[in-house]
Design a protein around this ligand. Structure first.
Ligand SMILES: O=C(O)CCC(=O)C(=O)O
Length: 272
C-alpha cells in the first residue's frame, strides 16, 4: 500500500526545513478506493458502525465551500485504518524525529472542494498539551494532484526551530489565515519563507509538530483530499492534569490512576 524507504539525506533535509515533501508514497493502485471512502464517511455511513471522534462537516447540514474534516476515521473504516496505521508511516515518523517508535495520536480526513476555504496557520504540537512529551509528527498523504491554486498545504521553512506557541485563533476559515503566523513572526523578528506542497496524487509531506503550516482557498475546479496520520512517541503518556488543546475530546480514553496511551485507542504503528 505504501512504497517508500527513508535515507540519511532525506532526514538531513527534514532536520533543516522542518518538513519533507515527496512525490511518491502511496501505491497508486489504492488511490481510487481511498477517494471512494470520503463520501460515505462524510454522509455518516460508517463501515465499522463506530462514529469518528470528530465529524466536522456533514452533507446537507454544512456549507459547501469549507474544508471538510473528520478526525479518527480509522475507527470507522477498514481501508482508512490500513493506510493511517501503516508501519512505514510509524517508521518514517520515528526516524525523522529520532524516536524509538511511534503511535497514532489522531488521524485527519481532509476534503477541500472547489472554492473550499482556508485553514489557519498553526503548529500541530500546540494542540496536544495533554500528552507528555508535548510533541507531534505528521504524515500528510495527498489523494489528488496539489498546487498553490488548489489550496494545498503550505509550510514556513525552518519554523520548527521557533519554539512552540499556545494555540490561538480560528482553525477553520479564519478571516486572515496567516494572522497568527504574521503576529508571531513580527513579535519575534522571524523571516517567513513559505513553501507550497505541490505533489502528484499519492505524494506525501511529513512535518515536525512545531512547523507552522496552514492552507489557502481552493481556487481550482478540482477536489483536494488528504489523509493524515498524527503520531507521538510510542512511549508517550497522558499528561496527568493538563486539559488544553484537544484534551476534552481525547482524554476520555484515559483510565483513572493510569497515564498509559492504550493501543486500542492510540495504535502502535512501529517500534525499533
Ligand atoms: O491539508 C491542510 O490544509 C492542513 C493539514 C494540516 O493542518 C495537518 O495535516 O496538520
Amino acid at each position: 500500500m505504501i512504497n517508500f524507504k527513508l535515507n540519511n539525506s532525506l532526514i538531513e533535509d527534514f532536520n533543516k526545513n522542518g518538513f519533507l515533501i515527496l512525490d511518491k508514497f502511496i501505491d497508486l493502485r489504492y488511490l481510487n478506493q481511498l477517494r471512494e471512502r470520503f463520501e460515505p464517511l462524510f454522509k455518516g455511513e460508517f463501515e465499522t458502525g463506530i462514529e469518528p471522534d470528530e465529524w466536522n462537516w456533514r452533507f446537507g447540514r454544512d456549507p459547501d465551500d469549507v474544508t471538510r474534516q473528520i478526525c479518527n476515521a480509522w475507527k470507522s473504516d477498514h481501508l482508512i485504518k490500513k493506510i493511517i496505521c501503516h508501519k512505514v508511516i510509524g517508521e518514517c515518523c520515528s526516524r525523522l524525529m529520532n524516536w524509538n517508535g511511534a503511535r497514532l495520536v489522531q488521524d485527519n480526513i481532509l476534503w477541500k472542494p472547489p472554492g473550499g476555504k482556508t485553514l489557519g496557520y498553526h503548529q500541530d504540537a500546540a494542540y496536544d498539551d495533554w500528552i507528555i512529551p508535548q510533541t507531534m509528527m505528521t504524515c500528510w498523504m495527498s489523494l489528488d494532484d496539489t498546487s498553490k491554486e488548489t489550496g494545498t498545504l503550505e509550510y514556513v521553512k525552518g519554523s520548527h526551530k521557533w519554539g512552540l506557541q499556545p494555540p490561538k485563533g480560528e482553525f477553520h476559515f479564519p478571516d486572515d489565515y496567516k494572522k497568527e503566523l504574521n503576529n508571531f513572526a513580527k513579535k519575534s523578528h522571524k523571516k517567513i519563507e513559505i513553501i507550497y506542497v505541490e505533489v502528484p496524487a499519492g505524494g506525501v509531506a511529513f512535518h515536525h509538530g512545531h512547523t507552522w503550516h496552514g492552507s489557502g482557498i481552493n481556487n481550482s475546479q478540482y477536489n483536494r483530499r488528504a489523509i493524515v496520520s498524527h503520531c507521538v512517541p510510542f512511549d508517550a503518556k497522558f499528561h496527568p492534569t493538563n486539559t488544553g488543546g484537544t484534551a476534552k475530546i481525547y482524554k476520555k480514553y484515559k483510565k483513572n490512576n493510569n497515564n498509559k496511551l492504550e493501543d486500542t485507542f492510540f495504535p502502535l504503528l512501529w517500534k525499533k
